[in-house]
Design a binder for this molecule. Structure first.
Ligand SMILES: NC(=O)c1ccc[n+]([C@@H]2O[C@H](COP(=O)([O-])OP(=O)(O)OC[C@H]3O[C@@H](n4cnc5c(N)ncnc54)[C@H](O)[C@@H]3O)[C@@H](O)[C@H]2O)c1
Length: 374
């Protein structure tokens, strides 16, 4: 199947490079509202550059890979479907639940698939942790916590504006990894209770090339609260871009017989810590699992596992195998409704019960990963 990219910004290289890892990824063309960006990528990767409309209409393309900013996701996904193409989108699916429902309606009507990032839960850490929980090693899961705290994105991203608009903020931008991981590990969410804070009305960019420019903050930059799961467990969360330093861990899951400490769900690997009742913590390294083998250098030069693109590769395979993709529309819609409920619950100061419910995505076994690898 031929893939056409819409949106040639920061994340696009990751997908171009994923073609070296997954054998069913074949990007044949790209586009961007900024033509020069598309032309540059087309030249670099020896593919065609089109206007967005021409790419969407192109008969050679079967799947649109939507790498635009969140506020453009719905429009590009729906246009892809209307032009008879499947679409895999970067996260979040859309900037509000209503738009997500519209995407679902068009996808059903056209009988075409929509898949959505994040796909990091398919990594070694997410799959191993799922295995530990389903083998009952910590007993029934009853409680948990996740924490995302930093001082924002305006010190590294060249165009950080979208992080402070509806459809981003710490929950839509990063919470999306954590919530998706939790649905993978713990099943669907039933209701949400939250509160918010926005200590800065504007943020000052300290990255280049826009050093010193101001960005108006239009979505809360701190959200605190509780997710209530259908399995009756409760998870406390703290998502903030207003914290300089903290010592909380990313994610912890407490069962009746033990605890699990889960590495950052924004990554594919990382050690899991397992404790059984009073026993000492056991460190579980996943670097020998296929989606845990370090294959990239991060900003500090350390080797990490980065297999972004596995979700798209799995979706392409799911079309052939006539099954649901793991990074499915139902999963991303449930995540989207949860994220919107977090913002909304803080606004109206009330618990919100969700309308959507999804099953845990199918486990990804090592022998299935091997088949997708080059
Ligand atoms: N999965 C991940 O690890 C990960 C990491 C970073 C970003 N992202 C997501 O990827 C998306 C893109 O992020 P980025 O950092 O690359 O942003 P970016 O601003 O660097 O790039 C977005 C590109 O989309 C183009 N664009 C915007 N609207 C468009 C439209 N209507 N039609 C065509 N092109 C359009 C812009 O010109 C820009 O080149 C976001 O949704 C973000 O949340 C995901």
């Amino acid at each position: 199947m031929n893939i056409g990219i819409v949106g040639c910004g920061n994340i696009s290289d990751t997908y171009f490079n994923a073609q070296k890892i997954f054998k069913n990824l074949k990007i044949v063309a790209c586009s961007d509202i900024i033509k020069e960006l598309a032309d540059k990528k087309a030249k670099e990767f020896n593919i065609k550059s089109y206007s967005v409309d021409d790419l969407l209409k192109n008969k050679e393309i079967d799947i649109i890979l939507n790498l635009t900013i969140p506020s453009a996701h719905k429009e590009i996904i729906i246009k892809s479907l209307e032009n008879g193409k499947h679409c895999f989108s970067e996260k979040p699916l859309a900037i509000n639940f209503e738009d997500g429902l519209e995407i679902k309606n068009v996808s059903n009507k056209k009988n075409l698939l929509v898949g959505c990032a994040p796909d990091t839960f398919l990594g070694a850490a997410g799959q191993k942790a799922r295995n530990i929980i389903e083998n009952n090693e910590i007993g029934k899961v009853v409680l948990g916590t996740f924490n995302i705290m930093s001082h924002g994105m305006e010190d590294w991203h060249p165009n950080p504006d979208f992080f402070f608009k509806p459809g981003a903020g710490p929950v839509f931008d990063l919470g999306v990894y954590y919530i998706t991981q939790l649905i993978n590990l713990n099943g669907p969410i039933m209701s949400v209770n939250s509160t918010s804070a926005t200590p800065f009305n504007e943020r000052i960019i300290t990255s280049l090339p826009r050093y010193g420019e101001k960005v108006k903050v239009e979505t809360p930059t701190t959200l605190l609260g509780v997710l209530n799961f259908h399995n009756e467990s409760k998870f406390q969360f703290f998502c903030s871009w207003d914290v300089w330093y903290h010592t909380h861990s990313n994610m912890e899951i407490y069962g009746l017989d033990g605890s699990l400490v889960i590495p950052d769900p924004n990554f594919f690997s990382g050690d899991i810590l397992l404790s059984k009742k009073n026993n000492e913590l056991k460190k579980i390294n996943n670097d020998n699992m296929l989606l845990g083998i370090p294959n990239k250098n991060d900003n500090t030069g350390s080797k990490i596992a980065n297999y972004r693109g596995i979700g798209l590769s799995d979706m392409i395979n799911s079309i052939k195998e006539n099954r649901k993709p793991r990074c499915s529309l139902d999963l991303s819609l449930h995540v989207l409704e949860t994220m919107e409920a977090i913002i909304q619950s803080a606004k109206i100061n009330k618990e919100i019960t969700l309308n959507t419910k999804t099953n845990k995505p199918q486990i990804l076994k090592e022998d299935e990963v091997i088949k997708l690898f080059k």
